[in-house]
Design a protein around this ligand. Structure first.
Ligand code: GDP
Ligand code: MG
Length: 370
């Protein structure tokens, strides 16, 4: 059942908690200001104080958030979102860095890349790809657990001087669970001890049949160290993306997932958002998890200020009133009042859950002691 802590109710009415407690006492309810009361009682108190109660529920929140069914003609191709996974030391970070550098030397405007949690590169054939900067399975799993599906393609890195290892197998399982296609990057092919064929047969044992073995999974021999094969890897990703025919509607209200968030000393709360659909613009009012805000500035992965960001584009968003969490979803809404209301509601839900969890622990502790 819905509840609200007396103190919180008092805050929202801008009344003193002690007065609310007194009013409850008159109704025959003995509660302290730290205790929750049910929604019906709260409504009585609110009326008693001469305010009007507005109840927000999950379904109200859903209604405010844009749930438009996209018309086919509004759906336009969007870049794939790529996550690199693989066993520790097989070269995930090196590969991400090498790909990032490739794009810098290929002379994109700006030049200086910012680490904002994701970046975009343009392949020689002109395809744009979005790479998530957080390799590793923990990030992938926790984002998915929070409902944010922010990967279209997994690049599975396997070192050619090693073999299929436990985390390689884990990555395969993750990609399968998420129903995301894989591309195999056989890395460290510059090494004299490299044996790409051993990797291919190793993968076969986990039912990953690469092209060279007559299967359909694209595999590319690369070296993050020398840069060999990177162009081919990027083109293979672009090819896989074309097959997936990824599309989004840039015209609707923007929605996206937070991939990184921090409290910056100079700039306040900053979140990197990967736009899922719609276009986020300066001045847009949004709710993100239990926070809300109005876009004050958008900064791209090259450190440049931009006026808008469309589907699959990662941007730093400034203008939040608090720091959200990775995996939180950002939704543009129409009015500040709506944004505030949804954020407050979610905040309350989170606090109620915490309070309930806290109470449960205390009970357990009491029982344990008894
Ligand atoms: P991660 O744990 O998967 O992120 O792996 P790293 O990117 O940190 O790489 C682990 C080690 O392998 C580092 O010492 C890298 O310099 C090295 N390494 C990565 N890629 C290559 C490569 O293509 N060739 C060679 N020779 N070494 C590499
Ligand atoms: Mg690493």
């Amino acid at each position: 059942p819905e509840t609200i802590v007396v103190q919180e109710l008092a805050n929202r009415m801008a009344e003193r908690a002690a007065d609310v407690v007194k009013s409850l006492m008159k109704m025959g309810l003995m509660v302290s200001m730290n205790e929750p009361i049910d929604a019906d009682t709260a409504e009585l108190v609110i009326e008693e104080f001469g305010h009007k109660a507005v109840r927000v529920s999950d379904s109200d929140v859903e209604q405010v958030i844009d749930k438009v069914q996209d018309a086919d003609e509004d759906l336009v191709p969007r870049p794939p979102i790529v996550t690199i996974m693989g066993h520790v030391d097989h070269g995930k970070t090196s590969l991400l860095d090498a790909i990032r550098k490739t794009s810098v030397v290929s002379g994109e405007a700006g030049g200086i890349t910012q680490h904002i949690g994701a970046y975009q590169v343009t392949t020689d054939s002109g395809a744009v790809l979005t790479f998530l900067d957080t390799p590793g399975h923990a990030a992938f799993t926790s984002m998915r657990a929070r409902g944010a599906q922010v990967t279209d393609i997994v690049v599975l890195v396997v070192a050619a001087d090693d073999a299929v290892m436990p985390q390689t197998v884990e990555a395969i399982a993750h990609a399968r669970a998420a129903k995301v296609p894989m591309i195999v990057a056989i890395n460290k092919c510059d090494k004299p001890s490299a044996n790409p064929q051993k990797v291919r047969t190793g993968l076969l044992q986990h039912e990953v049949v690469v092209e060279q073995m007559g299967g359909e999974v694209l595999d590319v021999e690369v070296s993050a160290l020398t840069g060999k094969g990177l162009d081919l890897l990027l083109e293979s990703i672009a090819l896989q993306a074309e097959i997936l025919d990824l599309r989004a509607n840039p015209k609707r209200a923007a929605a996206g997932a937070v991939i990184e968030a921090k409290l910056d000393v100079g700039r306040g709360p900053v979140a990197t958002v990967l736009i899922e659909h719609g276009t986020l613009r300066k001045g847009d009012i949004f709710v993100v998890g239990a926070q809300w805000g109005k876009v004050r500035a958008l900064i791209n992965d090259k450190g440049q200020r931009v006026d808008e960001a469309g589907p699959s584009v990662p941007v730093e968003v400034l203008g939040l009133n608090g720091t959200p969490e990775a995996g939180d979803v950002l939704n543009v809404v129409e009015t500040e009042a709506q944004a505030r209301e949804i954020a407050d509601y979610r905040d309350q839900v989170i606090r109620d859950k915490r309070a309930a969890a806290g109470a449960a622990t205390t009970m357990e502790q009491l029982m344990a002691k008894a």
